[in-house]
Design a protein around this ligand. Structure first.
Ligand SMILES: [Zn+2]
Length: 312
């Protein structure tokens, strides 16, 4: 059997056909056009699934289900998107009836960061681990917590939002409205904000550039020996390790998988974090593995597709 996985994002809708082993047979994206009605977006999602099946010559009776990974909050068992960040029209929207108007397959729904965590745990960096956390360091900070093989959702499906635990009381303003959240210190957005502030304070720094400052640029300048960039990265890694230490003390995952644009820095960030963490974890003994994500953007599609496979 095959499984369809949809990664619904604010910019693109990515659809993938996934086999029993979690391999993507075929994938394709269309623009979300996030300002339109949710009916119109759901129709496009369903029709694009049909197109993907056609493209790889797979009949609908060879597909078990469609899984959708959505940003924001979802009531998974009712297949209701409570809200989807950056896609305005989803407001307590039941997605299954609308999708089934166009493609008659069972529909599953889960938060996108949780889908990425599931994807990595079924065939990526945390494969075989029953207790894992997947962190995506991007524009924001996504997180999915898997305990005993199940996604931690809390009683109201709002759980596992690891980006929004406060590490600096009264600190920087977060996208969620609170101050001092981990996301406000370790997202790419936060790193860029800090680089811009420090560039003004240090006129000789290479961070003063006519180019657009990206997180990668800050890492590159640190590599080139720019002292200001190096100090920013050092502080950044301290914030990262603080959050990792908190998560380890609370959940004791076997493994933490780090993805997103900044996760792509790999060992350059992971090794200093491991060294720092031995000072932060309870009883000072770091047993949790800290590794780079393996599946990149495919994790969300694979995790969404596997919602149907994992449902027994
Ligand atoms: Zn927050």
């Amino acid at each position: 059997m095959y499984y369809l996985g949809i990664d619904l994002g604010g910019t693109n809708i990515s659809v993938g056909l996934v086999d029993e082993d979690g391999k993507i047979i075929c994938k394709s994206s269309i623009p979300t056009l996030a300002k339109r009605s949710c009916e119109s977006i759901l129709k496009d999602m369903a029709q694009h699934c049909l197109e993907v099946l056609k493209k790889c010559n797979v009949a609908i009776n060879e597909v078990k289900s469609i899984g959708v990974g959505s940003p924001g909050k979802c009531i998974t068992d009712k297949k209701v998107i409570v809200y989807a960040c950056n896609i305005d029209d989803f407001n307590n929207t039941a997605i299954e009836p609308e999708i089934r108007k166009y493609i008659d397959l069972p529909v599953y729904l889960e938060n996108d960061a949780n889908c990425a965590a599931i994807g990595e745990s079924v065939c990526g960096a945390s494969k075989g681990c029953k207790n894992s956390i997947a962190i995506t360091l991007g524009t924001g900070v996504g997180g999915g917590v898997i305990i005993d093989g199940k996604v931690l959702t809390g009683f109201n499906y709002g759980g596992g939002e690891v980006g929004h635990h406060v590490i600096v009381s009264g600190g920087e303003k977060c996208s969620c409205g609170r101050r001092g959240c981990w996301e406000a210190y370790v997202s790419a957005t936060a790193l860029i904000r800090q680089a811009k502030i420090e560039a003004i304070r240090n006129p000789k720094s290479k961070l003063n550039t006519d180019e657009e400052v990206t997180a990668k640029f800050v890492f590159d300048m640190a590599d080139e020996g720019d002292e200001t960039a190096q100090n920013i990265i050092e502080q950044y890694l301290e914030y990262l390790a603080d959050g990792f230490g908190n998560m380890i003390n609370i959940f004791q995952p076997e493994i933490i998988v780090v993805g997103g644009g900044i996760g792509a820095q790999g060992e350059k960030i992971l090794q200093p974090i491991r060294e720092n963490l031995s000072k932060k974890v309870y009883a000072g003994n770091l047993e949790t593995k800290i590794v780079q994500a393996q599946l990149g953007n495919d994790a969300g599609i694979i995790g969404a597709a596997f919602l149907g496979k994992l449902d027994k």
